[in-house]
Design a protein around this ligand. Structure first.
Ligand SMILES: NC(=O)c1ccc[n+]([C@@H]2O[C@H](COP(=O)([O-])OP(=O)(O)OC[C@H]3O[C@@H](n4cnc5c(N)ncnc54)[C@H](OP(=O)(O)O)[C@@H]3O)[C@@H](O)[C@H]2O)c1
Length: 281
């Protein structure tokens, strides 16, 4: 197996393949985070709203205690929930999240954009959280490109990623252009389209040609596109399979065939506030 790939932003190294923990009950989150780190994942994604930050922290400690990994080799992300966007509430949650995890996160995201309180208040508080040492870096989740540029202009610190839904059925060309313009990155949530890539005939065809699974081909397509991907599973075998993607390369033609699967109704999870609209790609 060749080495896993990562992206560097502002001198920070973000492993391109991470492990997601949305919907994982605490026991599963602890077990799977420890297993993911044993398998080789070096990037873990959680959020305050997932109600599993303490379990994620326990899973990381289990892996460290077992000698599988050192804390400094893990990229740990959590998110500020929208109910905590006022200045004081944001700082309180940043402290609570770090305490629950038992670790200072590497990245703290605003989970979804919200008009009130103002972007200035919220991004100011997020910068303060960073300045106070409650996170190493800051970023966004689910911000359309217009709002991404607006809030970056108000932020002294560089926003190192925007975590958005992205998979073969949902293209995000405008967001990718914004990432390039801002010197930032895209992190893809629901990278496996919540499992539906398993039944795709085009992906199946490409997977057969490489002796790989549909999940592996989909993750490889994201990684080769320069995107960070954070798949989630409750199954150790699937976590191991999804990590085994460093020894093959999709051709340009295969990449294009997967890109062509995008469709207008490809979005799976739309909780965007009505004050905003998604980019039309
Ligand atoms: N920022 C946000 O607003 C936001 C929103 C959603 C998600 N996220 C983050 O992104 C992570 C990933 O997104 P996600 O959990 O929605 O979706 P996902 O990773 O695309 O899909 C997870 C689902 O696919 C199944 N699965 C996993 N590997 C598979 C494979 N190789 N073949 C077929 N099915 C497979 C899993 O079932 P099994 O458990 O049975 O394997 C699970 O039901 C989340 O866990 C979370 O950390 C962020």
């Amino acid at each position: 197996m060749t080495e896993q790939l990562s992206l560097t932003v502002d001198g920070l190294t973000i492993p391109q393949l991470g492990f997601g923990t949305w919907m994982l009950e605490p026991a599963d989150a602890r077990r799977m985070v420890a297993e993911a780190l044993r398998i080789g994942y070096r990037h873990i994604d959680t959020a305050w709203i997932y109600k599993n930050e303490a379990a994620v922290g326990d899973g990381i400690r289990d892996a460290i205690d077992a000698g599988h990994v050192a804390r400094e080799d893990i990229w740990l992300t959590t998110k500020i929930w929208v109910a905590h966007f006022e200045h004081d509430a944001l700082l309180r949650q940043a402290e609570e999240s770090a305490a629950s995890l038992g670790f200072t996160p590497d990245l703290l995201l605003l989970h979804w954009p919200k008009l009130k309180p103002s972007f200035a208040e919220t991004i100011g508080a997020l910068n303060e959280a960073k300045d106070k040492g409650l996170t190493r870096s800051i970023g966004l989740s689910n911000f359309p490109s217009k709002e991404w540029k607006q809030i970056q202009a108000l932020s002294p610190a560089h926003l190192v990623t925007n975590q958005v839904e992205h998979h073969p059925y949902l293209s995000i060309d405008a967001l990718k252009a914004a990432a390039a313009e801002l010197g930032s990155t895209i992190t893809a949530w629901s990278p496996l389209a919540q499992g539906s890539i398993a039944d795709d005939p085009v992906i199946t065809d490409i997977a057969k040609a490489h002796g790989k699974s549909n999940g592996q081909v989909t993750l490889r397509w994201l990684i080769q596109n320069g995107v960070i991907a954070i798949p989630r599973t409750t199954k150790v075998e699937r976590a191991a399979e999804s990590f085994d993607i460093w020894d093959f390369t999709l051709t340009d033609e295969e990449m294009s065939r997967i890109t062509a699967l995008a469709r207008p109704d490809g979005r799976l999870g739309d909780w965007l506030d009505k004050d905003f609209t998604w980019d039309q790609d």
